[in-house]
Design a protein around this ligand. Sequence first.
Ligand SMILES: [Zn+2]
Length: 568
Amino acid sequence: MSMKATVGVYARYSDDSQNPMSVEDQIRRALDYVGRLGIDAIKVVRFIDQDMSGYKTREAYARPAYNSMLKAWDAGEFDILVTDEFSRLGRNPRQQLEILERLDSTRVRLICADGIDSASSGSRMALGIKGVMAQEESRGTSHRVKRGMFGQLVRGYMMAAPAFGYRAERHYDAGRAIGTSWEIVPEQAKIVERMYEMRHAGAAFDKIARWLNEAGVATPRDGRLWRAANVQRMLSNPVYRGEVFWTEESLDPSSVHGKSSRQHVFERAHLRIVADELWHAVQSGKVSRSGYGGGRLAYSGVLTCGHCGNLLSSSAKGKAYACGSCNANRLAGDPHISAVPTISVAGLHEVLAFALERVFDEERIEALRARLRERLAQGADGELAELRNNRDRLTKAGQQLLRLICQREQPDDLLDEEYARNAKSLADMERQIKALEATKISVARRDIVAQLDVDPRALAEKLLDGKLPPEHLRAVLAKLFPKFVFLGRESRFIAHFEITFAPGAAVAWLSNSAPIIDERVVIRVKLIGSARRPVEWQVVEESVEIGDQSSASQGHEPKVDECGEMPA
Ligand SMILES: [Zn+2]
């Protein structure tokens, strides 16, 4: 089985190596090694540094090929980076960490002919431990890498591989690559325009994909076919109306603290291919087909399957959500799945409306405000205490994840991702603690005051009035509901849900400030639909638990066995 990939090879000659191979030998050894792994290098980009030490910081950072390799990496110019041994990349812990962080935040796979392969969990551990040793270094570096990427965007460059319709152009200053910009490819731009028009006229994503495949249009990554999901993702990319979004940290529901989820918009007017009106019409068109009267709720990416843990996706022409992976397993003959977990959008809407009303009753609002006032009174010291608490919790969670990763025999992407996310949050937390220790000035004061000022009861209306663009709504829902699990059915008319709600994230969103209160409310409800049509819904509360993040995240794993055995 061979896999096609663009390969970057890095080689460096130095006498400090225990294995002073010539660069030609290094390259040959590295390429032979990937060849033996069944990887077919359709393109090879070489980065060669002559006679440089990989250790001393000043020299290490003056390696020109190494620097071009990092830029090419950021510009998405290769899928796999290969070298004959890991230490060629650098012995300096800061540099090793830079590599680790890039591995965590991009899809590039690192293969070293001395046996390290970032795609295998064992090697990731080996790399991860090096990262732990360099922990002291990490904060500064992580911050710098992010600032570096942000800075490139501010300077007008682009950080990702070009989307369909564009090509990358590198810019040089005195022979050194200083950044990459995108330019429109006119023939492709015409196809992009046509895709928007087709969608606007009501064409389904798979129909557009079929049209592209039949017309022989190459995908941005050669050699693959267009699929409905590619088309959908592509049409929602704001770059086609000339804007680039950069989210600091992530839309990560686990990082409800800190100033980490600010979104920045960069104007790239010269990249515009379609008019704002057409772009927005296509986004809303996506949900007007959902069948929910006037509503524009986007549960994609929010709702998970209690049976297998995967995300549910839209089905029945948008009238329901179903688990694609349970469906695939059932078709493959998995005897544990008697029926594919499916739930109607109308029912989901009832559950969500009920949950929103329930979590913000008088008592909960008062409790939340009391915590906010308490934080206000504590000033910087209270903030510091909470940050330290969060840091300890994240540290513990990281150790737990590391243990789990070690115990696995097979690589587990989800665990790896979670570990990377945790490490990022931890680094962010450390940075905030340091800043606060140095200044003793409460940065949260303004945010707390703003959050005391909003009326949480406005939340349901603001979310459900249909005015938010779906991509924003999805991002907001993911923050407000770190977990929204469809546990399964008890009978044809009765379904169970477990919803984890973050009240602190809700008041933060309403007041457009950074989350302060790290609290979770876990609600279990039963949704009962009438047998007669039109369906009448009833939502019954089964339990409500309140706790901070650490306690709420334990002991609430969906009971897989229980719902797996439920009849449809
Ligand atoms: Zn499932």
